[in-house]
Write a protein that binds this ligand. Sequence first.
Ligand code: GDP
Length: 481
Amino acid sequence: AKVRIYQLAKELGMENAELLEILNEMGVSYKSHASTLEDETAQAVKEIIAEQRGLEEQRRREEEAKRAEEARKALPHRPPVVVIMGHVDHGKTSLLDYLRKSRIAEREAGGITQHVGAFEVKTKGGTVVFIDTPGHEAFTSIRQRGARVADIAVIVIAADDGIMPQTKEAIAHAKAAGAKIIFAANKMDLPQANLDKVYQDLMREQFVPEAYGGDAIVVPISAKTGQGVADLLDMILLVAELEDLRADPEAEPKGVILEARVDKQAGVLASMLVQEGTFRVGDYLVAGEVWGKIRAMRDSDDNQRKEAPPGSAVQVLGFSELPHAGEVVHWVPDQVAAKEIAEERILERKDREAGAETGLRARNIADLLRTMKEAEQKEINIILRTDTQGSLEAIQQILAKESTEEVKINVMFAAVGAPAESDVLLATTANAAILSFGVNPAGSVKKMAEQKGVPLQSFRIIYELIDEVRKMVRGQREPVF
Ligand code: GDP
């Protein structure tokens, strides 16, 4: 069918004059905008327009990205937020204590400190914010709700002990959260401390220490004597500099709840880490299903604060109820909005719960595959649990060969022993499946996996486990026609 020039212009969403100019450039002759065009000509015009628009769109997108990057570069730096993780008794609490004490010593004697969920350490090179609770449980429960809190994970390894199961778990959690990892080889004051063993253990976990020519940062320290802690702070600041962490103090304020409790006298006390913008006394805020008005804020030096810019941790007085740790805090303009948003969220949750009761069931591996496919995820994340070290190694060796060019099998965490609740937490944040061999999870773990929608499967025969993984790999592969 022939098309008139004005019709084509309309179809392409352009002015007649614009189209006539293109026709001129193409050397097409016409009388007026009412003239008809040959099919071929119309097609050629469409192609030219599509190409022009494509190029323009691309240029526009590139410029936008450039502008966004320039705008980001103009923002002030913010301090890095650090979480301390590691195996039990390797010195997490001692390191936090040492850091806390060193900053008290810096300040005038007799100052009171306040537990607000995080504290700052100021050095000549800059400020570092430490999350005040060690371990990955706190960290993961925060991540559960979608908040990203820590930029850097310091993983403490006692140099008289080396890498232990919870060290591996901490590594898996830090990786899943996208946090940069710094290893602190602790207890270097002990005569039996063996840094080489720590290095070798790390090599076995695919981390090549700088001392061995790799890029894994390992800082020898003693949380007891304080030896090396200054170096650790320097390293944290160096990594932070490379990460180029910035935040806009003028943006709409946003933060995350680190912890919350009820005080008999004061009411609800919630610790909040400010991530963007500046919260001020009198502001209204919403954290999940809970709203509040900031009546007062206090920092870890027990100062009353009128303002809390990015990177500050403050205790907020004025929430109506107890917010959950890990809940994202949003600034809202007034009480009406605050109440409305909180109520909406309660209703949404109730709807979801009602839906869950009437028909939804726990997710299985097929469901997991579907979500991965939708997200175009080309990696299958697996948490592996087995009865013995031997079976663990055997299965890992076989799985290592099952990755294909298109789909990579990523065993994020592998350990001897029954699947635990911490595995379920890790699986939720990383979209992983838990596979166990020769060990069965406790009922409470099974239930938790069901609630969180984490596929959890136990096997008695190695081949069946491998076969399940193969199916996952195949299910992931793009169909070839
Ligand atoms: P956490 O379970 O990782 O928090 O470990 P802790 O900080 O509670 O430390 C466990 C034990 O190791 C305690 O008895 C500490 O006193 C001791 N410890 C921690 N760091 C050091 C250190 O650098 N040197 C020595 N000698 N002992 C340490």
